[in-house]
Write a protein that binds this ligand. Structure first.
Ligand code: MD3
Ligand code: FE
Length: 217
């Protein structure tokens, strides 16, 4: 009886894929709360809109960014840093919504990193053509905490390299609702995103938005 009733119910646990030591891909993990996430996102963007930041080298990033939480990642001509305030408004970043915090914690739990308490969430907005070149995330204080990323909207090709910039990256297609947890030996790998292909997503339109949860301090 039970088996029959559940015949067409997807088993979300089956979509847990270890893509490298310390990196767990949870396909569709955020889908059941997509509406809450998008409502919270709208409120954040009213306080702290997406903007194209400038690198220390003077280039404007093709990805537009903003933040929520106690700290936000920013770049300008003086360098990269986590800042408690939005340099554009001078005010603290919007607080991290409960739905964001709980999603990040649940994903980290599932991947074996219990008790993840992010204090920063960087939001990346990709329009067609926008990309992120290979880099490491090393502006955080504590590399024992994982990073959790949530993909929303258009699909993207994620590049997942090794501990050396020269390591040839593997490619993964990330879709709306996919969540990845990066911890342990995967925490400092080089990674990036290939130029976004044009397309239309039913909820987000012509864009991809990625949330990355971090423990900055
Ligand atoms: C692997 N963002 O914001 S998320 C970033 O899709 C960033 O917007 C990409 O890289 C994006 O820094 C990729 C996946 C991700 C995020 C952080 C990582 C992968 C990671 C940190 C360490 C290893
Ligand atoms: Fe990164």
């Amino acid at each position: 009886m039970t088996a029959d009733l559940l015949e067409n119910v997807p088993d979300v646990r089956a979509s847990e894929e270890v893509i490298a030591d310390g990196a767990v891909l949870l396909r569709g993990f955020a889908k059941t709360i997509e509406i809450e996430l998008l409502e919270a996102l709208r409120a954040i963007l009213e306080q702290a809109p997406f903007r194209h930041m400038t690198t220390p080298g003077g280039h404007q990033m093709s990805v537009a960014m903003t933040n929520c939480g106690n700290f936000g990642w920013v770049t300008d001509r003086t360098g990269y840093r986590y800042d408690p305030c939005d340099p554009q408004s001078g005010k603290p970043w919007p607080p991290m919504p409960g739905s964001f915090r709980e999603l990040a914690r649940a994903a980290a739990d599932r991947a074996g990193f219990g008790g993840f308490a992010p204090d920063a969430c960087l939001l990346n907005c990709y329009q067609p053509g926008a990309r992120m070149s290979l880099h490491q995330d090393r502006d955080e204080n504590d590399f024992t905490a994982p990073i959790v990323s949530v993909s929303l909207g258009l699909p993207a090709t994620f590049l997942f390299g090794g501990l050396k910039r020269s390591d040839k990256p593997r490619r993964f297609r990330l879709e709306h609702g996919d969540v990845i947890v990066w911890g342990g030996p995967a925490r400092l790998v080089f990674h990036g995103v290939a130029p976004l292909a044009a397309g239309e997503h039913s909820l987000l339109g012509h864009q991809r938005i990625n949330l990355t949860f971090r423990k900055a301090r």
